[in-house]
Design a protein around this ligand. Structure first.
Ligand SMILES: [Zn+2]
Length: 278
């Protein structure tokens, strides 16, 4: 069962999606389940995990409603304010829906580079295990050292790194990134998504050859059992078609054994978020 481990839905409004600038004009429209269903089917994918894009409880509830009415949306990674003293009561209500599989905070946009280690944020993370929720780490390469300190504090919490921490594909300056990824991958409770990479390349002129060295490091560091493919649709559309990104990964995988291949294409996501049981 092939699963897209990372995609978004939205009803577009300029005020709520200020990060969609003129260079991303193609994203200034609604992206809803029926749009994604067509893409999934044409790429031979069974289902997806929908990830938050706005930091509101209202969006999390909306994504859960979409998942309830579309069985192929297998899970939702939502948002709650993890720094809030009320975090437990919010989680308690939201986690009643078994489709809530994880929480994410847009840490990459926080002005404090050590945001992950803020005491109130750490307290929120410590509440997730009780509700059987994973946490999506959305950071840039510059945050990798802090992320290792962060993950080290929670050996029983399931973590997944989004987009390989957005590697410097455009510049090709791989070394510092590779060092940070290798360090972070030492924690066995951390998985990683192969997603969001083409948007770190030259959108109009990237070639798979520029991305493969980064996939090599990911496979070397995490091994094939902790990697999961995701599209980052619709954001990926600024740099690729939906199908083309999966082609890049599928073309890379024949070097791996078939069991590993199936894991990366869906089995690892199922296991990580326990999607079977939901
Ligand atoms: Zn995304």
């Amino acid at each position: 069962m092939h699963i897209d481990a990372h995609q978004h839905f939205w009803i577009y409004s300029p005020g709520e999606y200020e990060w969609i600038d003129d260079s991303m004009a193609a994203l200034r429209r609604d992206f809803l389940p029926h749009d994604l269903k067509l893409e999934l089917e044409s790429s031979g994918f069974y289902g997806s995990v929908a990830v938050q894009a706005r930091q509101t409880l209202e969006e999390t509830r909306w994504l859960l409603e979409l998942a309830d009415s579309s069985p192929w949306i297998l899970g939702v990674v939502g948002w709650v304010d993890l720094r809030s003293p009320d975090v437990r009561s919010h989680l308690k209500v939201l986690a009643q829906n078994p489709k809530l599989v994880g929480i994410r905070h847009i840490v990459q946009s926080e002005p404090d580079d050590r945001f992950l280690l803020q005491p109130d944020f750490l307290r929120g993370i410590s509440a997730l295990e009780e509700f059987d929720l994973a946490y999506d780490i959305l950071i840039y390469t510059k945050h990798l050292t802090v992320a290792a300190e962060f993950v080290q504090r929670f050996p029983r919490q399931r973590f997944v790194l989004d987009h390989l921490a957005k590697p410097p594909i455009k510049s090709g300056a791989i070394d510092l990134w590779a060092q940070g990824i290798r360090r972070l991958a030492e924690f066995p409770n951390l998985f990683c998504k192969l997603s969001g990479l083409v948007t770190e390349a030259d959108w109009l002129h990237w070639e798979p050859e520029q991305i493969i060295p980064f996939l090599d490091i990911a496979f070397e560091a995490f091994g094939p059992d902790r990697l999961m493919v995701g599209s980052d649709w619709p954001v990926c559309l600024v740099a690729t078609s939906y199908a083309r990104w999966f082609e890049v990964v599928k073309n890379y995988l024949p070097g791996q054994q078939s069991e590993c291949r199936e894991g990366v294409l869906g089995g690892n996501a199922q296991r990580f978020w326990r999607l079977n049981a939901r």
